[in-house]
Structures are given as structure tokens and as C-alpha cells.
Design a protein around this ligand. Structure first.
Ligand SMILES: Nc1ncnc2c1ncn2[C@@H]1O[C@H](COP(=O)(O)OP(=O)(O)OP(=O)(O)O)[C@@H](O)[C@H]1O
Ligand SMILES: O=C(O)c1ccc[n+]([C@@H]2O[C@H](COP(=O)([O-])O)[C@@H](O)[C@H]2O)c1
Length: 192
């Protein structure tokens, strides 16, 4: 089975994430997309995050009607901060028959050369890059790399940061979130 791993903090998951995952599930050779909820991105401060299980719950609620999209808590029991190479090695051992690719937004590709063992990741996995920020592609050292695939898809200029800030200032963010996620955040008064 071909699985696209969509790693992220998902703080919270938003419509942009869903559109990206669904696009890959429908228009690429991937059979499934797994949303891997990361407890601690090595490049981010953990203190600004909602609890791991709350972020996982939102991913679970957002993906439950999509047969090809699955939530994953695989990183919850791995050492933190979560270096992606460790997760990939762990997953490949656990599922030797699966072919794992990565899915990332263009912003993450820009700093990919700073990831732990990024050369090894590229040696063993393909990466699907979803456009972000501007229609003009950002140049990186990975341009033309045979394992990097730029996806031709609609730009979704949404971010979790924008949503958290909007909630803090009392704005209505309902259209930017999957319905169940909006209800959950509203019920629990998160980010207010
Ligand atoms: N609107 C978007 N377009 C393309 N890629 C996106 C978009 N939103 C998120 N991503 C990608 O999804 C993955 C997980 O992202 P993450 O959970 O950090 O969301 P985010 O919206 O970037 O959050 P934050 O604003 O908190 O940094 C990353 O690879 C990121 O590049
Ligand atoms: O492995 C690394 O060195 C590394 C460095 C920075 C980010 N990552 C991963 O990239 C993913 C995207 O994170 P985020 O917070 O932008 O959603 C998340 O799973 C991080 O653990 C991984």
C-alpha cells in the first residue's frame, strides 16, 4: 500500500489541511493519507500547543467521513522532540510492505535542509510538496530533485496561526474549520 504521511502540529487542523490531504488521496498514486499528529516539532515551542490528545481528537473528528484519510498517534510514544527520520524508520519497520511518502507545504520544504538526516529521508522516500504562500514557486536547493514532486493544486492560504489569532480577537472562524472541529473548539473555549 502507498501511504502519504502528512506530518503536522495541527494546532488546530483546518480546511486547508483537509483540502491538501484529499487532493493527494484523489489525484496521486497514494492509497491513503495519514495525518501524523506531532507532539513536539523540533523547530517549534511546545508551550504554544494544545494537548496532544486534543489535537488528535480534532484530526479524528475532521477525517472520520473520509475513507482514505486516517489519523495517526504514532509519534506520541516516540522520543521528543519528534525528528521525522525516527518516525519513518519506526513506521517502515512496523509496516514493511507499505511505501511511505511525505506530504508537506512549500514553507516546510524551505527549511527541509535543516531537518535531521534529510538526505537519508530523501534517499528512501518521495516528497509531495503542496504550493503555499505565492503562485511563484520559492526556489530551494531541492528544485529538480527526482524525489520531490510539486503538486499542481489550488493554493489554500490558511494557517493554524491565523485561526488561533482570529479566535483570540473574537472573530468568526467557522468557515475555515471542519464543522466538528469548530464545535469542539467553541465548546471547550480553546485559544480564547
Ligand atoms: N494552507 C496551506 N497550504 C499548504 N500547506 C499547508 C497549509 N497549511 C498547512 N500546510 C502544511 O501542512 C503541514 C502541517 O502544518 P501545520 O500543522 O504546521 O499547519 P500551519 O497552518 O502551517 O500551522 P501554524 O500556523 O501553527 O504553523 C505542514 O507541512 C504545512 O506546510
Ligand atoms: O526531523 C526534523 O528535523 C524536523 C524539523 C522540523 C519539523 N519536522 C516535522 O515537520 C512536521 C511539520 O510540523 P508543523 O509544526 O509545521 O506542522 C512535524 O511533524 C515536525 O516534527 C521535523
Amino acid at each position: 500500500m502507498k501511504v502519504g504521511l502528512f506530518f503536522g502540529s495541527f494546532n488546530p487542523i483546518h480546511i486547508g489541511h483537509l483540502v491538501i490531504a484529499n487532493h493527494l488521496a484523489e489525484y496521486s498514486d497514494l492509497d491513503q493519507v495519514w495525518f501524523v499528529v506531532t507532539p513536539h516539532n523540533p523547530f517549534k515551542k511546545k508551550s504554544s500547543l494544545l494537548d496532544n490528545y486534543q489535537r488528535l481528537e480534532m484530526v479524528y473528528r475532521a477525517t472520520k467521513d473520509y475513507t482514505k484519510l486516517k489519523p495517526s498517534d504514532i509519534e506520541f510514544n516516540l522520543p521528543q522532540p519528534n525528528y521525522t527520520i525516527n518516525t519513518l524508520v519506526y513506521l517502515q519497520e512496523k509496516y514493511p510492505d507499505h511505501a511511505f511518502s511525505l506530504i508537506m507545504g512549500e514553507d516546510n520544504l524551505k527549511s527541509f535542509h535543516k531537518w535531521k538526516n534529510y538526505e537519508l529521508i530523501l534517499e528512501n522516500h518521495h516528497i509531495y510538496v503542496y504550493p503555499r504562500i505565492s503562485k511563484n514557486k520559492i526556489e530551494t536547493q531541492f528544485d529538480g530533485h527526482k524525489k520531490i514532486h510539486y503538486i499542481d493544486a489550488p493554493i489554500m492560504e490558511l494557517s493554524s496561526t491565523l485561526i488561533r489569532n482570529a479566535i483570540k480577537t473574537g472573530k468568526n472562524v467557522k468557515p475555515m474549520l471542519p464543522e466538528f472541529v469548530w464545535e469542539y473548539l467553541d465548546e471547550m473555549n480553546f485559544y480564547k
